[in-house]
Write a protein that binds this ligand. Structure first.
Ligand SMILES: [Zn+2]
Length: 233
């Protein structure tokens, strides 16, 4: 077992795992709207979004103020955990349904909002590579919270049939679950309760959404984004 003496810092290196074929155009204007939610819940989401915007000047995320549904639609079902569709998969969701759910509140860091938004921006879970899981132990642990094999496979293990752009694993990424070391066969890359964007996360976001002058950018409607994506394939 290797001992982690210090946390690794990847200076100026982007670290992430992103599904191929689900990227947004770099100049997308991400609008979002709420489906229900109290003032507290909505403000909690806004604060989480601001944490990302503070680090990524080229990224544009604005709240849809009228009755129009946003590109990203956020519900607050406490019985449904926190989740999001990944990247442009959000476009396939009917406009009256959520693309993201925020099911709990960590007031300090809004870490689940940041995590789910990175899914929406086309980030996968960091831990799906770089960890040698003791799979039977992981299935057993998640069975206790009601997750079946397919949910565990989807959220924790590398899915061979998907294709990713990936770097070596970033143990500090907010896209990495806390992995107890007893769930691994070798004690490598486990632990770490990551609650804020890592340097690797930030650098990858800045690569994907490079700083731009806002006046030059168009606000894409959902149909325009679909058209643009089709043109690029
Ligand atoms: Zn996740």
């Amino acid at each position: 077992m290797r001992i982690h003496y210090t946390r690794q810092i990847y200076k100026d290196v982007a670290r992430a795992i992103n599904p191929k074929g689900k990227y947004w155009p770099f100049d997308t204007l991400f609008t979002y709207s709420f489906i229900g939610g109290s003032m507290f819940q909505r403000d909690y989401v806004r604060k989480g979004i601001q944490r990302i915007l503070d680090e990524v000047p080229g990224l544009r995320i604005v709240e849809e103020m009228g009755d129009n549904p946003g590109l990203i639609r956020i519900s607050f079902n406490v019985a449904d955990g926190s989740w999001s569709y990944v990247g442009t998969d959000c476009l396939a969701v009917s406009s009256w349904l959520p693309t993201m759910n925020i099911g709990w509140y960590d007031q300090e860091e809004q870490s689940n909002v940041v995590h789910e938004w990175l899914h929406a921006l086309n980030f996968s879970h960091e831990h799906i590579r770089g960890i040698n899981f003791d799979k039977p132990k992981v299935y057993a642990a998640f069975k206790e919270i009601g997750w079946g094999k397919s949910e565990v496979d989807n959220n924790l293990f590398h899915y061979q049939e998907h294709h990713y752009d990936e770097t070596p694993m970033d143990v500090d990424s907010i896209m990495k679950y806390y992995i107890p070391c007893e769930w691994t066969v070798d004690g490598e890359n486990c632990g770490y309760q990551n609650k804020v964007l890592s340097i690797g996360d930030i650098n990858r976001l800045r690569e994907m959404f490079p700083d731009q002058k806002l006046k030059d950018l168009k606000a894409y409607t959902i149909n325009n984004i679909i058209k643009k994506l089709n043109e690029n394939t």
